[in-house]
Design a protein around this ligand. Structure first.
Ligand code: 1CP
Length: 344
């Protein structure tokens, strides 16, 4: 096998690589000193995201430092609620906050997409696309409707997504309208990213794990089917990665039913089980425990080797099972990459 010009994109299209391409979720962020410096200069996270030149620079930082096979657009899943008119800010040391929370129809009805709010993101995409090395694949992304809804309903990250799950039982029609509205906006947003230059997109469903099987069908699988179909209609050449974190035993149904081109697997899933249970030849992305990366040493090496061995017979994109944490030593990322690149 000769190496592909864009190994990550080729893998997403079903081509197995000798050495799996790699990128890390949240690879642009606070574990990098060059990120912390630029964020301090700009004043905060939202300032960084809305400054296209700075956001493009942050997107490129892990590519320059590590030569990752994929560059992920520097933005956030909460840009969609912001574009729908929900105020978004960051509490220092805590995280994102949204107001007002969506618990009643009147609040939902007041939300309307303001397309100009997404314009800085498309400008970031254009700048990154012009600067990226030829072998690097450019990934756009959005949150999945369920995960975005959990923030819109609770106003912040929430334990077991209780507020959203309660609302889904109490008023399923309201929940459906909210999920539909987020899905419509997500389709527009991802098509905008594609038009501006991303080559593949990932749907982050970070909080799909708290749903019962029937709710998972309704709030995760069904909206994903709709989004993937709409993207395929307009941009059939652009692969879609679905990442239903915490889906566990519901992964095979998700992979079969949604139409996604590749599936992200979190670290709680046994890679050998994933290989045996997922459709043959479906590209799989994952699934190193971010804490094994922090641990480093032989624990890291053994965990990496086990993942490589499990997915050796299918297209595999090496990644973490969830985002990289801010106290991850940079030398451990380097050790991981050396292990992968020397693996075959
Ligand atoms: O510098 C800072 O303080 C901000 C930290 C930060 C960063 C670096 C946030 C706030 N967002 C981001 C960037 C980000 N977020 C990216 C950029 C590209 C990359 O991967 O390098 C991406 C893809 C996301 C996606 C995202 N945002 C998700 C899905 C992935 C995941 O980790 O599960 C989620 C759930 C969010 C919400 C969010 N944004 C930021 C925080 C701290 C959170 C979590 C809040 C919470 O649940 O309490």
């Amino acid at each position: 096998m000769s190496p592909s010009p864009k190994p990550l994109l080729a893998t997403l299209r079903g081509e197995k690589q000798q050495i799996p391409p790699v990128w890390l979720m949240r690879q642009a962020g606070r574990y990098l000193p060059e990120y912390r410096a630029l964020r301090a200069e700009k004043g905060g996270f939202l300032e960084l995201v809305s400054d296209s030149e700075a956001a493009a620079e942050v997107t490129l930082q892990p590519i320059r430092r590590f030569g990752m096979d994929g560059a992920i657009l520097f933005s956030d899943i909460l840009i969609v609620p912001m574009a729908l008119g929900q105020d978004l800010w960051f509490e220092t040391g805590e995280g994102p906050r949204l107001a007002p929370v969506v618990q009643a129809r009147a609040v939902l009805e007041a939300l309307q997409l303001a397309p100009e709010a997404l314009a800085p993101v498309y400008e970031t995409v254009r700048q990154v696309a012009a600067a990226l090395p030829a072998q690097t694949t450019f990934l756009g992304f959005a949150g999945s409707p369920w995960t975005v809804a959990t923030y819109m309903i609770a106003g912040q990250g929430s334990r077991e997504q209780s507020e959203a799950r309660r609302l889904a039982y109490r008023d399923p029609a309201l929940m459906q309208d909210l999920v539909d509205r987020i899905a419509d906006c997500t389709i527009t947003y991802l098509l905008g990213q594609i038009e501006a230059g991303v080559e593949a997109v990932q749907l982050f469903d970070s909080w799909s794990g708290s749903l019962s099987p029937a709710q998972f069908e309704q709030w995760v699988i069904a909206p994903t089917v709709r989004i993937v179909a709409a993207l395929k209609d307009k941009a059939p050449q652009v692969p879609v990665i679905g990442f239903p974190k915490g889906a566990g035993g519901k992964l095979p149904a998700y992979a079969r039913e949604t139409g996604i081109d590749a599936v992200g697997v979190d670290e709680t899933v046994d890679p050998a089980w994933a290989h045996a249970s997922l459709p043959a030849d479906l590209p799989v992305q994952g699934n190193l425990d971010p804490l094994a990366l922090i641990a480093g040493g032989t624990v890291l090496d053994q965990t990496v080797d086990r993942i490589l061995a499990a997915f050796v017979d299918r297209p595999h994109i090496f990644n973490l099972g969830h985002g990289i944490q801010q106290d991850t030593p940079i030398e451990h990322v380097e050790r991981l990459l050396a292990r992968l690149r020397g693996s075959r």
